[in-house]
Design a protein around this ligand. Structure first.
Ligand SMILES: Nc1ncnc2c1ncn2[C@@H]1O[C@H](COP(=O)(O)OP(=O)(O)O)[C@@H](O)[C@H]1O
Ligand SMILES: [Mg+2]
Length: 242
């Protein structure tokens, strides 16, 4: 998947509607991301952000609307087929396989090569330097990591897939401040190299510092869409206060 300049966006979604059983949770949400752009999705708890991410990644089927990757309609494709077309997804919960080792979790990434054991993947070294807890605990079950460490492992797996589009659902939840800063740096580097991101984020400061575009949801709807530079902060905060 690559997007020629002037062509269709890397990711475009239009009128996305979906939910669970007969309950519609996300209604008529639209947006797009170009290569090298970060779209942050914001909103209070329970407004449908994670559901939107499941709909975009293919873990939940859309009831209406369309999702296109570089102009190609992927709305009816499974999550694994969307992954093969260049999309990585780090969910908010159950982010890693607890019963597998840290190394095996990393090995399972799309296009993953060996980590430790049968030859190491030197592309992971930069992550192990930034997050030594992972490098030191490659043989341990991921379930022995703290919640924040598991989020870091999931984050590293997603970035190491080196896909053109990365969806991250609250990647910084439970992560220590210094590691949030390192995540920020990795996202900035990947973005500069052309990777596009859709990131659900609770920390407004983090979102504003990394986002090119913002999409704010309330009760399953889009209530605000703006570039990070032009956003009306008072209005934004108004939608996030409980
Ligand atoms: N697996 C599920 N089955 C049924 N309802 C769900 C499920 N996941 C989330 N919901 C409901 O969908 C709504 C939106 O949830 P979610 O997308 O997780 O919101 P957010 O990520 O913004 O906190 C909530 O009312 C939640 O209870
Ligand atoms: Mg959520």
């Amino acid at each position: 998947m690559s997007a020629p300049p002037g062509g269709p966006p890397l990711l475009a979604f239009e009128g996305i509607t979906g939910g669970y059983g007969t309950t519609v949770v996300v209604r008529d949400v639209s947006g797009s991301v170009e290569p090298g752009e970060v779209l942050c999705v914001l909103g209070r708890n329970g407004v449908g952000k994670s559901t939107l991410m499941r709909l975009l990644s293919g873990h939940l089927s859309c009831r209406a609307g369309a999702i296109r990757l570089v102009g190609e309609d992927v709305t009816r494709l499974s999550a694994s087929r969307r992954s093969k077309r260049g999309l990585s997804y780090g969910p908010q919960e159950r982010v890693v396989f607890d019963n597998l080792s840290v190394a095996d979790n990393l090995r399972l990434r799309a296009g993953g090569r060996g980590v430790g054991g049968s030859g190491t993947d030197e592309r992971l070294d930069v992550y192990f330097e930034a997050f030594p807890v992972l490098g030191k605990r490659l043989r341990q079950h991921a379930g022995t990591l703290s919640g924040g460490e598991r989020k870091i492992l999931s984050f590293v797996r997603c970035l190491a897939e080196e896909q053109p589009l990365v969806l991250l659902d609250e990647p910084t939840e439970g992560v220590q401040f210094e590691n949030i800063e390192r995540m920020h740096a990795f996202i900035a580097t990947a973005r500069a190299a052309g990777t596009a991101f859709v990131i659900v984020e609770q920390h407004v400061a983090f979102a504003l510092s990394i986002a090119d575009r913002l999409l704010v949801m309330d009760q399953g709807h889009t209530v605000l869409q703006a570039t990070a530079a032009e956003v009306d902060r008072e209005r934004l905060l108004g939608y996030l206060q409980v």
